[in-house]
Design a protein around this ligand. Structure first.
Ligand code: NAD
Length: 512
């Protein structure tokens, strides 16, 4: 069925004015203040969401704690069954939710659908995981003793999410946390509040049907102040925060100040190395999608291309041709490759970055610029830009959340790896090469210092099966696949004596 926006909103149960605070059962209008959500696609008002005040925030936290006492007792596979049903519900709502993601955030409709698919995939992953929350057994050094470790739920998990993945990031966290026996409180981005209300409504129906305790899924809309309440609250043992490094530093100091646990997924400054013997078809395709997809607003967006001098000019020319063919326009129109930036403030940062590139000595291969006129009325559309730069420019060292690609030339692989690692962030990296030596060196302990290192695919995006996250100023957290679930649980080591005496460890004697 082809959903129009109005139909999508109706199907998802969204109104013009929506409450923004929920315990998973009850909804609160809270402060009476609201966030109006405008689409960057056409500049129109989509709807509004009431923000959470401190009193209702505390109510949601309190309810989460009541819920936790019961939820942690449900057998994990039974919790998995509830998550399985959420996956089913998401399959049912995939199109309207994908459309809302596209319309409220500005990514292409295909990417909106892809984001919902990622939610479905993580549900499937979490269902399997619900039967595999394994611990280890150890051999005790004492006779007639047994040791093992087990994983218990940690409690209330606070989730702070960014605008660019308005639904998937929440699901990466919440689906795993739920099968682990935790309860969640979500503080979505103030730039995409309607997506959060839609998700909460979908989950609420499944929870009601399964008589899941009220408080397992909390929602608190609002700006950074609500995020600060989450970070500071001593009843929230784990805060998972996705967003800028600036935000991560603030959250980290608040959470560590009370000795809580923070899972941080912050900014990237990702590079692809293109070696002399690279398959250039792969290099161009991977770089193009990586640099302009989601209008350069992915944490894994390709921001730097580090190209061997022998193929530099060819890559530059082919990229220029490819850029000339890009269609920029409404993300709901599947003919378009590049949609808008999230808002006018993002457009301003993009323009400032272009000025800085020039001022600091970079030269443009493809000039950017803000688009105006028919179809661009929202004022959020910009042209993807490409510039030749030196890696140490101040602007290149920063993550500008826009489609700006930097070209950097190298001579030796050692130099290329040094350039790739020569930024403060450490999220995603890639090498395009047909040399086994180059590939292995790039992946070795003196190679890429990022959380993600790819070969012959770009930097952008990731499969849910692997642990996702990065090093250095990217924050060090890991989410999604592999054993990322462990961060949502507390580890307990157990020693059991099944003998009739009490031998002490390390041979210590204590005779009386
Ligand atoms: P942002 O930091 O402005 O906001 C992210 C979230 O943090 C929002 O919900 C916001 O309200 C909240 N927030 C802001 N300041 C806070 C504070 N002091 N205390 C508590 N909460 C606070 O980021 P954004 O513009 O929404 O998103 C873009 C950024 O997110 C980019 O840097 C991007 O790389 C990063 N990101 C990283 C990943 C990852 O997995 N590493 C994924 C997506 C986005």
């Amino acid at each position: 069925k082809n959903f129009g926006i109005k139909e999508a909103l109706d199907t998802l149960g969204l109104k013009k004015n929506n409450p923004g605070t929920s315990t998973g059962k009850k909804w609160y209008k809270a402060s009476g203040e609201s966030i109006e959500s405008y689409s960057p696609a056409d500049g129109k008002l989509i709807g509004s969401v009431y923000t959470t005040d401190e009193k209702s925030f505390n109510k949601v936290v309190e309810q989460s704690q009541i819920a936790f006492r019961e939820w942690r007792k449900w057998p994990a596979p039974k919790r998995g069954e509830v998550v399985r049903q959420i996956g089913e519900a998401l399959r049912e709502y995939k199109e309207p939710l994908g459309k809302l993601v596209s319309y409220e955030m500005g990514k292409s409709y295909q990417e909106g659908l892809g984001e919902v698919q990622e939610m479905i995939d993580i549900c499937d992953f979490a269902v399997g995981l619900s039967r595999q929350l394994h611990g280890l057994t150890m051999h005790s050094e004492r006779p007639n003793h047994r040791m093992y470790e087990q994983w218990h739920p940690i409690g209330t998990v606070g989730i702070i999410s960014a605008f660019n993945f308005p639904v998937a990031v929440w699901s990466w966290n919440s689906m795993l946390a739920w099968v682990c026996g935790d309860v969640c409180i979500w503080k979505p981005s103030e730039k995409t509040p309607l997506c959060s209300v839609a998700c909460q409504l979908i989950v609420q129906r499944v929870f009601e049907k399964n008589e899941v305790p009220e408080g397992v899924s909390g929602l608190v809309n609002g700006d950074y102040t609500v995020g600060q309440w989450l970070a500071q609250n001593e009843n929230i043992p784990l805060v998972s925060a996705t967003g800028s490094t600036r935000m991560g530093k603030a959250v980290a100091s608040a959470v560590s100040g009370r000795l809580g646990r923070a899972l941080l997924e912050l900014g990237g400054n990702n590079a692809i190395i293109v070696t002399e013997n690279a398959n250039l078809d792969i290099a161009i395709r991977g770089s193009l999608f990586g640099a302009v997809g989601t209008a350069g607003q992915r944490c894994t967006t390709t921001r730097r291309l580090i190209i061997h001098e022998s193929v530099y000019n060819e890559v530059k020319e082919r990229l220029s041709k490819a850029y000339a063919q890009l269609n920029i326009g409404n993300p709901l129109d599947t003919q378009n490759h590049v949609g808008p930036l999230i808002d006018k403030q993002a457009v301003k940062s993009y323009e400032d970055a272009l000025k800085k590139i020039k001022k600091e000595g970079g030269t443009f291969v493809i000039k950017g610029g803000v688009l105006s006129g028919k179809g661009y009325e929202s004022g959020c559309y910009v042209k993807p830009a490409v510039a030749e730069v030196s890696n140490d420019l101040d602007i290149v060292q920063q993550e500008t959340f826009a489609p700006i690609l930097y070209l950097i030339k190298y001579k030796t692989l050692e130099e290329a790896i040094e350039l790739q690692n020569g930024v403060k962030q450490g999220l995603s990296s890639a090498i395009i090469t047909s040399s086994m030596y180059d590939m292995e060196r790039f992946l070795s302990n003196e190679g890429s210092d990022c959380g993600i290192a790819n070969v012959n695919i770009g930097t952008s995006g990731a499969e849910i099966g692997g642990a996702f996250g990065g090093e250095k100023e990217t924050g060090g957290g890991r989410e999604s696949g592999s054993d990322a679930w462990k961060v949502y649980m507390r580890r307990q080591t157990n020693t059991i004596n099944f003998g009739n005496s009490l031998p002490l460890a390390q041979g210590i004697k204590f005779d009386i």
